[in-house]
Design a binder for this molecule. Structure first.
Ligand SMILES: O=C(CO)COP(=O)(O)O
Length: 214
C-alpha cells in the first residue's frame, strides 16, 4: 500500500511532518509520500521524504501567470503530482494536458475522481493511478472504506475495465491502520489522506498507526 499525505493548506509544520513520514517509511518499509504546498516542495524534498505536488497546471513555458509548471515542480524535487483534486478541479481537457506534461517531465500522476464513473473516465487518460474520494466524506471522521465500501470496489471495477495497469487509491476520512487495511481489502493499492496526519497532535504517531496493519 502507498500512503500519500496531502498537507493541503493546513496549518501544520510541513518539515516536521515530512521528517516524520520519512522516518516511519524507513522503519516500516512502507511507501509514504508527502504533498506540501508548491512553495514548500523543495524544502520538503530536502528532508528525503518522497515528495509530491498537490496540483500542476496544464502548461509548459509561456505566458501563464500564477501557474504551477510541471517541470518546475520536478526540478524542486517532486516525483509525482495529484491532478484534479476535489478542491482543485480541472476541465477534462486540462486534466488530460496536465497528465501529459507531468509525465513528459518524469512525474508520476494520480488523477482524483468523485465516484466510480469518473474514476473509469480518468483511467482512460492514462495516469499511473486514479484516486476515488467522495467529497462529502473528505475531512470527516469516517473512512470511505467503511462509510461507502461500494464506491471503492466499483471504482476498482470501473478502472480495471478501462485499463488494468492503472492503480486505484481511495481517500476521505482515512486516519487509522484499520482504515488502510480495509481499503486494501476492497482492492485499493494506496490511500490518499490529509487531516488524519496534518491535523494530528502527533503526526509521527498517526503515521505509525496508519502503516501498522500493512
Ligand atoms: O482530500 C483528501 C486527501 O487528498 C482527504 O482528506 P481527509 O483525509 O482529510 O479526509
Amino acid at each position: 500500500m502507498f500512503v500519500l499525505v496531502n498537507l493541503k493548506a493546513y496549518p501544520c509544520d510541513s518539515i516536521a511532518v515530512a521528517t516524520a513520514a520519512r522516518d516511519v517509511a524507513d522503519d516500516a518499509g512502507v511507501r509514504i509520500a508527502v504533498a506540501p504546498q508548491a512553495a514548500d516542495l523543495a524544502r520538503v524534498a530536502d528532508t528525503g521524504v518522497e515528495t509530491w505536488a498537490q496540483h500542476v497546471s496544464p502548461i509548459d513555458h509561456g505566458s501563464h501567470t500564477g501557474s504551477t509548471r510541471p517541470a518546475t515542480v520536478a526540478d524542486a524535487g517532486a516525483v509525482g503530482t495529484l491532478i484534479n483534486h476535489s478542491e482543485r478541479r480541472l476541465t477534462l481537457a486540462d486534466i488530460d494536458r496536465a497528465r501529459e506534461v507531468a509525465a513528459d517531465n518524469g512525474l508520476e500522476t494520480i488523477v482524483c475522481a468523485n465516484n466510480p464513473a469518473q474514476a473509469g473516465a480518468a483511467a482512460a487518460l492514462g495516469p499511473d493511478a486514479v484516486a476515488v474520494e467522495p467529497p462529502t466524506l473528505i475531512g470527516g471522521d469516517v473512512s470511505v472504506a467503511s462509510a461507502d465500501p461500494d464506491i471503492v470496489t466499483d471504482a476498482v471495477t470501473a478502472v480495471t475495465q478501462v485499463d488494468d495497469s492503472v492503480d486505484v487509491f481511495c481517500g476521505a476520512g482515512v486516519s487509522t491502520g484499520s482504515d488502510v487495511a480495509a481499503a486494501a481489502d476492497l482492492g485499493a493499492s494506496g490511500v490518499l489522506l490529509a487531516s488524519g496526519v496534518a491535523k494530528a497532535d502527533d503526526p509521527s504517531a498517526a503515521l505509525t498507526d496508519l502503516v501498522s496493519k500493512i
